[in-house]
Every structure is written in C-alpha cells, then in structure tokens.
Design a protein around this ligand. Structure first.
Ligand SMILES: *Cc1c(COP(=O)(O)O)cnc(C)c1O
Length: 429
C-alpha cells in the first residue's frame, strides 16, 4: 500500500511541475518521495500519515519561534479579520520597521517587499543606481534568490566571469557579475585590483547558509568592508537567512561589521511572505519615490504579513529567548558530533547562532564550497533517510543548513540525539 504522502505526490505531479512549488522540496538529491505535512506545532511536524518529526527545516528558516506559535497565530487571525491588504499605508509597517531598526542599527531606512529574492533584486538595482556602476561581486556557493544577475554558477579559478547558471538567463545579464571563492580575501583583492572602480556592490551571505552552514573566517568580512570603503562599492549583507538567527541583530551584530545595505527575509515574516531591504538613509533614499531607482509592490508591507513578523520578532526578542535557542543548537551540534565520533563516523560541524551545518567529511573546519562538494553525499543520503524514519526531519540536501527554534526543548533534543545514535551506528562503512 502506498503511503498517503506517496498518493498525494503522484497526484501533485499531474498538477505541479515536478510535484512541488519550490525545486528544493523534490527530494532529488536524496531519492524517495517528499513527505506531505498536515500540521506543525512548536518543534514538531505531523505528516499526512500521522507520523511525527522533530523539524530542523522550519520552512527553510522563517519559523524562529516554532510552528503555530500561539501569539503569532493570534496576531495573524486578529489582523486578517480587519482586512488582509489595503495597497495603502498602515500602522503595522511602522511597527515592524521600528522593531528591525532597533535590532540592526545599520538600517536607517527600510523598504518591505515580499521575498528574499525581491530584496536582493532591489539591492542590486539600488546599488547600481546609487553608484552609477554596473559590476557586482558575489561568492561561489552563495545564494541570493533566483535573481537573473545573481544566478551565476561559479566555475573553477579565482576570477570566474559571469556564466549564467540557468537556461533562460542571457549572458548579457550576467556578464557584469564577477564571482570569487567564499572566505578567500586574496581572491577578492584580485577582483578589486582588476575591477575596483567598476564595482557597484559586493553581495555576501555573512554566514553562508546555502552551501550548508559555513561561517566567515576571521578577517573576511572586515576585509570586504575595507575594500569597499577604498573603492566606493557598497557592501551588501544578504541576511535573508542569518538575520535574527546568527544573533538577534544578525551576522552584522555578531561580527561587528556594518554593511551599507542589508537584505532580509525568512524570519522577518515569521512564516508569511516578507522580505526587506534596509540600510543607510542616504543610499536608501535613492529608491522611488524619494529617488529615481524604481521599486514597488502590490502586496508589500501588507498588514497580515507585518503582523506575523512583528509577533515573531516580539517573541524572539524576549529576555533569554534567542539565547536559549542558541544554547539548544549548541547542545544539538555537540551531541551529534560526540555520537558520530563514538560510532567512528567522520563528521565536521558548524554552528552560528540558531543555524547549524553537518558535513560527512574529514575536513574540519569546512571553509568553502569545494569542501562541501567533496563531502560524502552517499553517507548523507543514508543519514537523511535514517533520521526521517526515526522521526527527525532534516532538509533533503547536503547543501542546506539546519535550523533550531525557541520551541526545541529537552524532549525534542533527546528524541533527535537518541535517533542519531542509532542511525550513525547503522550507517554503511
Ligand atoms: C532564502 C534566501 C534567499 C531567497 O529568499 P526567498 O524568500 O526564497 O526568495 C536569498 N538569500 C538568502 C541568503 C537566502 O537564504
């Protein structure tokens, strides 16, 4: 008998491309059938066959206070009853903006959008419009949403000039995109020597979260800041994933480096579609309507999404809430490391606030894309399916980071570590 998930996936493939609405959900790299869920509560997910899982995906990051937090649900319900969108200003936009600015002092002005992709797309346009330059530097293995100019597959070599990473992206759109290896300041210096006065912006995930989780090596972010200051390029931190996770004030707070612009998404909407672009007022004011760089959105700043973000940041910002989730993440990662070691499985790990990375490799620490690509994909596949079977939901790819919420309590952690101990012991050698 096929499971209910299998039945639903069979039908989904007749309606949706590949049966999914976001490519990463399709289980392509691990094999098997995506699990269909019917409910989430705190740290737990329940699938359509009634099985329960501790969730470390958390909708790929947004659910920093867990699923269906009562205060978030109430805020959404009460706001929905008053109308979901006005296409005109509402007070909740001020409230969320104030809350974000309070946590990230580099943000003097903010523009709400509907996704991380939109935030990054607008950041590129604004940086180009502000500087009057066209070139953008991004890093190998960093993801900034499916923005044409940023969908550049980094090839080998230090200076890989923009080759489109997807059909449908004209070479003309990416030829102004330069890539460099993450964490390699020498390579970045070389790019600046070649193109320094043509660069509009350097876009970086201050902690990489889209080649699993890789923190910056000491001096990397500081070096980017100095190079940008010297050349007049804007430093753009893509904190769509790291914002309100690496610390409450994002990676910029944790590492003490102040970007010119910050892209936000994920946690800022607490599970509803919100993205944001913020930064120095002098730069941000180049956006329409105060400036000439066009940007707009029918549903941008809608009260429903604002209410979800406000409630989420409220709960997360309470005394000790984020710190406790960070401590839970540390316990999880250290517990997994100890159990892998006891089982004789080489496991390299990273933690940055409530984000974590697991790598089946002898390389420790992992610092860049090549290290992640060289990890044992087959072993990850076995680990993933073993954990899924044991009631632990991890992202179905070795290139995704893991996430912990304020709802991951003793019960959830113990369940995870006990499962991992059994799964490590049973992995093929
Ligand atoms: C998820 C993500 C994006 C894209 O956000 P969407 O809301 O999926 O469009 C951009 N940058 C980073 C760093 C992300 O993790």
């Amino acid at each position: 008998m096929p499971t209910r998930s299998e039945q639903l996936f069979t039908e989904a493939r007749q309606h949706l491309v590949g049966g999914v609405n976001s490519a990463v959900r399709a289980f392509r790299s691990v094999g098997g059938t995506p699990v269909f869920f019917r409910r989430g509560e705190g740290a737990w997910l329940e699938d359509v066959d009634g099985r329960r899982y501790v969730d470390y995906v958390l909708s790929y990051g947004p659910l920093a206070v867990g699923h269906a937090h009562p205060e978030v649900v109430r805020a959404i319900q009460e706001t929905a009853a008053l109308g979901t969108s006005f296409g005109a200003p509402s007070e909740l936009e001020n409230v969320l903006a104030r809350s974000v600015k309070g946590l990230m002092p580099s943000i003097e002005r903010i523009r709400m959008v509907n996704s991380g992709t939109e935030a990054c797309m607008s950041a590129v346009r604004l940086a180009r419009g502000y500087t009057g330059r066209d070139r953008i530097l991004k890093f190998q293995g960093n993801y900034h949403g499916h923005v044409d100019a940023l969908l550049v597959q980094a090839g080998s070599g230090v200076l890989t000039l923009g080759i489109p990473g997807s059909p449908g992206v004209p070479a003309a759109v990416t030829e102004t995109t330069v890539t460099a290896p993450y964490n390699d300041l020498e390579a970045v210096r070389e790019v600046f020597r070649e193109y320094g006065d043509e660069l509009a912006a350097v876009l970086v995930e201050p902690v990489s979260g889209n080649m699993n989780c890789i923190p910056p090596v000491p001096g990397f972010l500081e070096g980017l800041r100095e190079l940008c200051d010297a050349s007049g390029a804007l430093l753009v931190f893509d904190e769509v994933m790291t914002g309100f996770r690496v610390s409450l004030g994002g990676a910029q707070e944790r590492f003490g480096v102040r970007p010119d612009l910050t892209c936000l998404g994920k946690v800022i909407g607490g599970g509803l579609p919100v993205g944001a672009l913020g930064g120095r007022a002098e730069v941000m004011d180049h956006l329409a309507p105060t400036g000439p760089v066009y940007q707009a959105g029918t549903l941008s700043g809608n009260p429903l999404a604002m209410a979800s973000g406000i409630a989420t940041l409220d709960v997360l910002g309470r005394e000790g809430a984020h710190a406790a989730a960070e401590a839970a993440t540390r316990e999880l990662v250290e517990g997994l490391r100890a159990r892998a070691e006891a089982a004789g499985i080489p496991l390299s790990t990273h933690q940055a606030g409530t984000m974590f990375g697991l790598f089946f490799t002898e390389t420790d620490p992992v610092t860049g894309f090549d290290d992640v690509a060289a990890a044992d994909a087959e072993r990850f596949r076995h680990f993933f399916h073993g954990m899924l079977e044991a009631g632990v939901y991890l992202a179905p790819s070795a290139f995704e980071a893991g996430f912990v919420s304020t709802a991951h309590d003793r019960v959830a952690l113990d369940h995870t570590l006990e499962a991992a101990e059994r799964v490590f012991a049973g992995l093929p050698r």
